[in-house]
Structure formats: C-alpha cells, structure tokens
Design a protein around this ligand. Sequence first.
Ligand SMILES: Nc1nc2c(ncn2[C@@H]2O[C@H](COP(=O)(O)OP(=O)(O)OP(=O)(O)O)[C@@H](O)[C@H]2O)c(=O)[nH]1
Ligand SMILES: [Mg+2]
Length: 317
Amino acid sequence: MLIDEAYIIISAGKGGNGFVAFFPGKKSGPCGGDGGNGGNVYIKVNRNMTSLAQYAGKHKIEADDGGNGGSFNKTGENGEDLVLEFPLGTEFVETGTKKLIQLPSDDRLILVCQGGRGGFGNDHFKSSVNRTPKRAEKGHPGETRTFKVIMKLIADVGFIGLPNAGKSSLLNELTAASARVAPYPFTTLEPNLGSLDRIIIADIPGLIEGASSGKGLGIRFLKHIEKVKLLLHCVAADEDTKQMIKNYKTVRKELTAYSTTLATKKEIILLTKSDLVLPSERTAKLKSFKKLNSLVYCVSIYDLEALGKVTQIIKES
Ligand SMILES: Nc1nc2c(ncn2[C@@H]2O[C@H](COP(=O)(O)OP(=O)(O)OP(=O)(O)O)[C@@H](O)[C@H]2O)c(=O)[nH]1
Ligand SMILES: [Mg+2]
C-alpha cells in the first residue's frame, strides 16, 4: 500500500540538569556545572524516498536529552541532534495550530523542535552577596509538536498496461522499489513509486476494458500519473500479435476516456516478457507495433541490455 500520509509526534531532547558542588577545602566556592542542551530535531529532503512507510502508524520520535552538569564546572554533554528525512514535496501541518511547513527542495535543514536548554549549575548563581549558592536549575524541556505529514510526490514517468503485463516487475528492476509481483492479474491494488536517479516512476494498477466505467479497479489511479512527462505502455509479448495489438488499443481507449491530456502524452511501448518469445517473433512483433507508434522496444527483466536501454530512455525523458 502506498503510504502517503502519517502522523508524527516529534520531541526535542530535554536539557540536562545543573549541578550543585563546591570546591574542596578552604577555597570552597561553587563549582557545579551546567547541564548540556537537549538535541534539536530537523527535517530535510531525501530525493530517493518515495513513501512515508517508515513513519506509518502514529510515531513518536525523540532526540537525545542533554547530560547533567558535574562538579568542577563540568558541563553536561549536548544531546545529539536528529535529522528526519522525507520525500520531495512533503508538507507538514501542525495539529492544533494548523501551521503549514513546506519541506525545502534543496539540502537545507529546517528546525522543527528546539532542544531544551541545559539548567545552570550553582556556579552560575554566585554573586557578591551570595558566594555559596546551593541552588542549581533543572534542565528545560524540549519542544514537542505533532504533525500530519502529507506526501505530495509527483511522478515523472508512469507505467500503464493491462493487468499482469509486468509493470511492477519492471519497476522493481529499474528502481529500489519492492512492489508485489505475482502471475495473475490485479496484483497491484495501489500505486507503487520508485526513484531512478531522482526521477520518480509510478506503477499503477492494471487497466482493463471498461475500466473508465468502473470495471476492474477502475481508473481513479490515473490521477497519480496525470503530471508525468512520459508513459511507458507495457504490452506482454507472450501472446499472438493480433491479441497484443488489441490489448494495446484497449488500454489506449481507457486512457482517452479518462483524459485527453493523458492520452496525448509522449508514450513509449514496451513489449514485455520478451524472453518468452523467439528472436524472429520479436522482430515481427516490433514491426507490427511500429505502425502504431515508432517508439517501441522489446524488454525482459532477464535482459540487462534492454533494461539499460529503458533506463536511458527514462533518464532522457
Ligand atoms: N518470463 C518473464 N516473466 C515476467 C517478466 N516480467 C514479469 N514477469 C512475470 O509476469 C507476472 C506478472 O508480473 P507483474 O509485474 O506482477 O505484472 P503487473 O503488470 O504489475 O500486474 P498487475 O499488478 O496485476 O497489473 C509475474 O509472474 C512476473 O514474474 C519478464 O520479463 N519475463
Ligand atoms: Mg503490478
């Protein structure tokens, strides 16, 4: 399932407590050190992320607390800062205030929760009127904020095709995605996203004849690929050419019924599972499809050269 929303509770670290101590012997002045500061929490983009899966379920995330102060004016250690990474374009809405934070698209860190300041040790409180203060401050609490996180990743390239055409298998080969693959239709029920050199590829559920009027899983998933620059139309090559062309036209018809904008996008046809077809047949199939669209290639998940070609096409899109 595509996890594109999450709730997270983020807490910065608490400051360490200040310490009460005195130098030994006659000198006997205060020497209690300050507590260290609590760790801050920052957010930052990670362009290879394509899901909020790691934040699924209500998630409590806490930075380290600062260490307590010690004797001989030893300051406590600062708590380590935490940097949380999110996919490009993620938005954060603070629950309660409804304040919106947009994730920067460059590598900037945004501070979302400030760590608590360390408490002062008793040395801090010495004065001309009180040379032996016995009080120290407790560490200050870190900020805690709750956010609704909304992923707004926009796909650059979209896989389309009938169910079982091998779309998810290709996504898995080309990216680090691990979409479910199975030898039957409708394996993919929700869009899968993958990133190839920061290019976001969407694999959507298969379309069937009548999808635009609600058959199969319908066509509502097409909204995830409305903004793509390139469509990769997968047609399984392990059928006779006539059937393959019929399959291709079925998907085109449903695409057009959904949106003419989508139907006029640049399309490349991939004749998938070509390892199941003899080389001579492959050539004949390519020739037939070239009459429909000159941009057609044979591909198989077992053919590294063909996968390399598809990678190149995507990078150049
Ligand atoms: N021999 C061979 N089998 C493949 C290839 N690509 C995919 N398959 C098999 O084809 C079947 C369907 O693959 P999927 O990737 O699940 O197909 P899909 O288009 O995502 O299917 P839906 O999610 O149902 O729309 C699986 O059994 C895959 O192992 C290929 O290049 N060669
Ligand atoms: Mg699939």
